[in-house]
Ligand binder design. Structure first.
Ligand SMILES: *Cc1c(COP(=O)(O)O)cnc(C)c1O
Length: 338
């Protein structure tokens, strides 16, 4: 293998050796198969292509200072993928088989797990799609589960730092009783236009408001939102946001450090009272917010004047990373050692 320059990796795709697959046919999931092909052979009328029967997951494996590889909270991803499947009428992939597939795909690609010093990690991407032909709008009878891996670089190459986000009211990501709570590709397709506009204006993400009233904060494109004030961790409760596993973990860690945790509707005006704000998800753990520009109202909420993250965000970020890299006790059994 050519030497991989771990430090130069981005959040992209690099071919690895193997992926792991299972097929749902006649009401049953097959045993896991190991494949060295990056391609799938798909029927032109597959429901995933026409009607969006597609769900995915994202998790990571980390190599610690002790040389051990740890996968973070994979059972949560297995459960969430089942919830996504129920949401768009796909066959549910069994939890134990999901965990077995994730462990197997990491074992099959050990040479792609970045070294501890690099700050990079191995991104794991499970995918579930409807594969059988259907022209009428109906769920497929056959499905494919596939999980592949790709090494990804450290999210913060120049150190942990803040970025600005923008509110653009003319775009919604998900409806109040739509598919916002499940991890389906359709939500991402719906967010691409607003995302591109935001990026072109210098924002790292769109901060979505609730689609119905535009009064409450929903989430930030592919990451949940949280705010900090008065020793309290505040994160929106909404019927159109994705239950982030990172957010769930941060809520636990915040509580453990003696903070109060509030999960409730967060009115837009409350931004003015927050001491810190951030986005959270597997990609970055925490991506602290420098300021929120309410682009339509020509108003800004500033959280960091010098671009530096707030102390609480930094503390929670370090704590979660320490568990992922095996440097702090994993008292909740969040990691699986390979
Ligand atoms: C995946 C995802 C997140 C982050 O979830 P994690 O489990 O923390 O990675 C947040 N919002 C949306 C819309 C997502 O799809």
């Amino acid at each position: 293998m050519e030497n991989i320059n771990w430090a130069d990796l981005t959040f992209g795709y690099l071919k690895t050796d193997y992926n792991v697959r299972s097929y749902y046919r006649n009401g049953q999931w097959s045993d896991l198969e190991i494949s060295d092909s990056e391609f799938i052979n798909l029927h032109i009328a597959a429901t995933s292509l026409h009607y969006g029967q597609e769900a995915f997951e994202g998790l990571k494996a980390f190599k610690g200072k002790d040389g051990k590889i740890r996968i973070f909270r994979m059972r949560e991803n297995a459960l969430r993928m089942q919830a996504s499947s129920r949401g768009i009428m796909m066959a549910e992939f069994p939890i134990e088989l999901f965990e077995k597939a994730v462990v197997e795909v990491v074992k099959q690609n050990l040479r792609f797990v970045p070294p501890y010093e690099s700050g990079a990690s191995l991104y794991i991407r499970p995918l579930l799609i409807g594969t059988s032909a259907q022209v009428g709008v109906k769920p497929a009878k056959e499905y494919l589960f596939v999980v592949f891996v790709t090494p990804v670089g450290p999210y913060f190459k120049e150190g942990f730092k803040t970025t600005p986000v923008g509110i653009f009211r003319e775009y919604d990501r998900a409806a109040p009783h739509g598919t916002g709570t499940i991890k389906v590709g359709g939500n991402y397709a719906a967010s691409l236009v607003a995302g591109e506009i935001a990026h072109s204006k210098g924002y790292s993400a769109v901060l979505y408001l609730d689609a119905k009233e535009k009064k409450y904060i929903d989430e930030c494109g592919p990451a949940n939102f949280f705010g900090i004030k008065n020793n309290t961790y505040i994160t929106p409760l909404s019927s159109s946001i994705l239950p982030s596993i990172t957010n769930k973990s941060l809520m636990q860690l915040a509580e453990d450090t003696g903070m109060t945790v509030e999960r409730r509707p967060v009115p837009l005006e409350e931004l003015a009272t927050l001491e810190e704000a951030g986005m959270c998800g597997t990609a970055a753990v925490i991506s602290p917010i420098q300021r929120v520009d309410d682009v339509d109202k020509n108003q800004s909420y500033i959280f960091s004047k010098d671009g530096k993250p707030g102390a609480v965000s930094e503390k929670l970020y370090n704590k979660l990373r320490a568990i992922q890299y095996g440097e702090e006790e994993d008292k909740y059994g969040w990691t699986t050692i390979i």
